[in-house]
Ligand binder design. Structure first.
Ligand code: ADP
Ligand code: MG
Length: 256
């Protein structure tokens, strides 16, 4: 891999659910160490695009590349799916996802939640995984919550636990889908702070967010999606400071 090879690259991706065309030819890439934010109205295809990146969704046309390596597919049209389960697993474990609703396992403690996938999916050594899990929980500021269950934590703490869980997979990149949307405003900031810390460490990230301030603060590149197509993209200063498209101007004035 050369230094220019992006961690994630999507070329001309088309995705439909039945007759509903959700992505209509999207190109996007996340170079190593960069933060790419996706913004756009509800229903514009942001979550679908993120899920296509880590192969939680298949697609009908176009290419998904992980560190320059194209995903191999079999079948045609709506039967098209990845051909190699090992490749899918490798990509999925290297692109850890953080969801709006945290998706922690309610019957496991916070520490068990963070340790689960490294132990069962990656089959790493238990003592090593536990040490790493405790360190990541410390890093996101909830090292004292190891033995608590998710329901005993605030939303902000649960989301930070979910971020620690994603980090404990030692992924190449992190994918965030509206990580602060389910949180009360006063809890949002504690999660924003963790995301900013990760950005300043040079982590590769793709972030779907409705928080324009977060997108402006952490992104190297911002993509505005409209009805399954990229309407406008660029550096945050340009995109937010001098939006060109009428639609983006309308979107921004409605969200701020
Ligand atoms: P966003 O995240 O930008 O709000 P989504 O990617 O979630 O948008 O959804 C884009 C469109 O795809 C919406 O019209 C949504 O209803 C539809 N959609 C999303 N997931 C599915 C699914 N599993 N089955 C059918 N339609 C879906
Ligand atoms: Mg969404």
């Amino acid at each position: 891999m050369t230094s220019e090879t992006p961690v994630i690259e999507i070329r001309h991706l088309h995705k439909a659910y039945g007759s509903l065309e959700v992505l209509k030819g999207v190109d996007i890439s996340a170079p190593k160490g960069h933060v790419v934010s996706l913004i756009g109205s509800s229903g514009s295809g942001k979550s679908t695009l993120l899920r296509c990146c880590n192969l939680l969704e298949d697609s009908q046309q176009g290419e998904v590349l992980f560190k320059g390596e194209p995903v191999r597919w079999k079948g045609e049209g709506h039967n098209r799916r990845p051909a190699d389960a090992g490749q899918v697993l490798r990509i999925r474990t290297n692109l850890s996802m953080v969801f709006q609703q945290f998706n922690l396992w309610s019957h496991m403690t916070i520490l068990q939640n963070v340790m689960e996938a490294p132990l069962t999916v990656l089959r790493r050594d238990r003592a090593e995984v536990e040490a790493a899990a405790r360190a990541y929980l410390d890093k996101v500021g909830i090292g004292d919550k190891c033995d608590a269950y998710p329901a005993q934590l605030s939303g902000g703490q649960q989301q930070r636990a979910a971020i620690a869980r994603a980090l404990c997979m030692e992924p190449e990149a992190l994918l965030f889908d509206e990580p602060t949307s389910a949180l009360d405003p006063e809890l949002e900031q504690e999660v924003v702070k963790v995301i900013k810390d990760l950005a300043s460490e040079g982590r590769t990230m793709m972030i779907v967010t409705h928080d324009m301030k977060l997108a402006a603060d952490v992104s190297d590149h911002v993509v505005f999606l409209h009805q399954g197509l990229i309407e406008e993209q660029g550096a945050p200063d340009t995109l937010f400071g001098a939006p060109k498209s009428e639609r983006l101007r309308g979107f921004l004035s409605a969200t701020t």
